[in-house]
Design a protein around this ligand. Structure first.
Ligand code: GDP
Length: 436
């Protein structure tokens, strides 16, 4: 009998861990790749034989012919951003026809959500979140506020849609001073978008259940990351959706037992974009060194990322929240040439040392990392494809991370290309990819 394992691949830190590359390399083993949350604020950069692809909304599985890409109900969709991405992929010779499925329950980002995003950031002043200003937060607010507009609404009764748009625009005009936005052009635009989207829209839960019944596997793709999760992240400096594993069930309509394994993607150091505490944050030359070697600039916004050492408290926390079976450790090569590589193993706080990630951001902001420092390595790890071929110190660094986080490194990434990867022999990843 064939036993097919569906797996979730998600971020364990503050995002930008290199999930795109990992999903991309695993995709040939799956029938479908399904995004369960977030919007076009995500930016996955994938290099295939030197050619760069940046995907925001469409799962990175699209680069593989024959794989169906699913956008779940947990995702919020800006139709214009979606069409732009589809058109850009077409220019690169990649067609989504016949292999894109959009949930009829996904919520729509309306043109004015972006404006509300900018306004809400401005109103927060000092406490601004550092959002990408793409309207994602306000669209989720409307969803939770039970006034959102869903994909199925664009395709259904026109009268009902007109009323929903009218009411929403009216509510928005009351929030924005002196605003007299007319609802009718917004309505007409939504109708047009719905017509273009129609052929891709369907019932995602039924589709995934069907695949599973046939013994085909699905890869559940996370955007952003656990520390940006609305519930488990560093609230309020988080995204507006469930980026951790719980989001798979709510964001796609699949039962927990459909998730056969969870792979957490972790960078060999830590980065963060936007505001909020980052305990291991570095400044000065070392931060610049990591930023430049790691090319730590946002794929969506170009913003420079804040950089720091690997924080094992964070990854251990992620391991618990998500039930990680394995880690995909990325960007090990960025640490090549460093004299020493500190790992944060706990925090020193005013109420004593802690090793569990705290909820209170004030405590976190005042915490000082407790480091265990490992010797660095001078020989390059870049492009290495076997663990034994890594410099001994790099091997020890990886082993130490496994020991402190309690999760085995099933994949080690040593460069941005698909080929620049070590898959640990006998790891969970090998087991998942084999049919029993
Ligand atoms: P994602 O959103 O988690 O997919 O991450 P991003 O795409 O925003 O950022 C990851 C960046 O790191 C991309 O430019 C990747 O090509 C690159 N990358 C991924 N893995 C590695 C690696 O092992 N080494 C290096 N040097 N770059 C990598």
């Amino acid at each position: 009998m064939r036993v097919a394992t569906n797996i979730a691949v998600l971020g364990t830190q503050w995002g930008d861990e290199g999930k795109g590359k990992i999903v991309d390399m695993l995709t040939p083993h799956f029938a479908a790749v399904a995004r369960y949350q977030g919007g076009h604020n995500a930016g996955h950069t994938v290099y295939v034989r030197g050619q760069k692809f940046v995907l925001h909304l469409i799962p990175s599985g699209i680069l593989h012919p024959g794989v169906t890409c699913v956008i779940g109900n947990g995702v919020v969709i800006d139709p214009q951003a979606l069409f732009r991405e589809i058109d850009e992929l077409a220019k690169l010779g990649i067609s989504v026809e016949g292999r894109l499925l959009i949930s009829e329950k996904a919520h729509i980002i309306l043109p004015y959500h972006r404006e509300l995003d900018v306004l809400s950031e401005a109103r927060r002043g000092e406490r601004k979140i550092g959002t990408t200003s793409r309207g994602i937060g306000p669209a989720y607010e409307d969803k939770i506020g039970r006034r959102g507009i869903r994909v199925c609404d664009l395709l259904g009764d026109r009268e009902a849609l007109a009323q929903e748009v009218r009411e929403n625009v009216h509510a928005r005009n009351q929030i924005i001073k002196d605003s007299t936005l007319d609802w009718q052009p917004v309505f007409r635009q939504m109708v047009e978008h719905g017509e273009r989207m129609r052929k891709w829209v369907g019932d995602v839960s039924v589709f995934i259940a069907g695949l599973m019944a046939r013994g085909d596997r699905v890869l559940f793709e996370g955007a952003q990351a656990t520390l940006l999760d609305i519930d488990h992240g560093t609230y309020p400096f988080v995204t507006s959706s469930s980026a951790s594993v719980g989001g798979v069930c709510t964001g796609l309509g699949v039962p927990p037992r459909a998730i056969g394994g969870v792979l957490g993607v972790a960078k060999a150091y830590t980065t963060r974009v936007g505001e909020g505490p980052l305990p291991t944050e570095l400044e000065g030359a070392l931060a610049d060194r990591l930023r430049e070697s790691g090319q730590e600039y946002g794929a969506s916004t170009g913003r420079p990322r804040r950089c720091g050492w690997f924080d094992a408290v964070v990854v251990r926390y992620s391991a618990r929240i998500n039930g990680l079976d394995g880690l995909a450790l990325t960007k090990l090569d960025v640490l090549d040439g460093l004299k020493e590589v500190p790992i944060c193993v706990g925090y020193s706080t005013s109420s004593g040392p802690i090793t569990e990630f705290p909820a209170d951001l004030r405590l976190l902001a005042a915490a000082t990392p407790i480091y265990e420092t490992m010797p660095g390595w001078s020989a390059p790890t870049k492009g290495v494809t076997r663990f034994e071929a890594l410099p001994l110190e790099a091997q020890r660094y990886v082993r130490k991370l496994e020991q402190i986080t309690g999760v085995p490194c099933s994949i080690i990434s040593t460069g941005s290309d698909r080929e620049e990867t070590i898959v640990a022999p006998g790891s969970v990843v090998e087991r998942w990819l084999a049919y029993a």
